[in-house]
Design a binder for this molecule. Structure first.
Ligand SMILES: [Zn+2]
Length: 65
């Protein structure tokens, strides 16, 4: 598993760090790194994973608050 900070917040505790699976046998679940609550499937975080695996020169788009 790999801990990463995402532009997401845990629906349980509001934490923004999540444990992402790094191996196929770890499945595709993403859990909160703080309370370990099940967050969602990695499919919903595909962009985040791609950003990690394929660094680009341009910064990630900021989500307007
Ligand atoms: Zn949490």
């Amino acid at each position: 598993m790999m801990k990463v900070t995402l532009d997401l917040s845990c629906s349980i505790c509001g934490h923004t760090q999540f444990q992402l699976p790094t191996r196929a046998d770890e499945g595709s679940k993403v859990c909160c790194a703080n309370c370990t609550a099940f967050k969602c499937h990695a499919m919903d975080l595909e962009r985040a994973l791609m950003a990690i695996g394929q660094p680009r020169p341009s910064p990630r788009p900021a989500i307007a608050a």
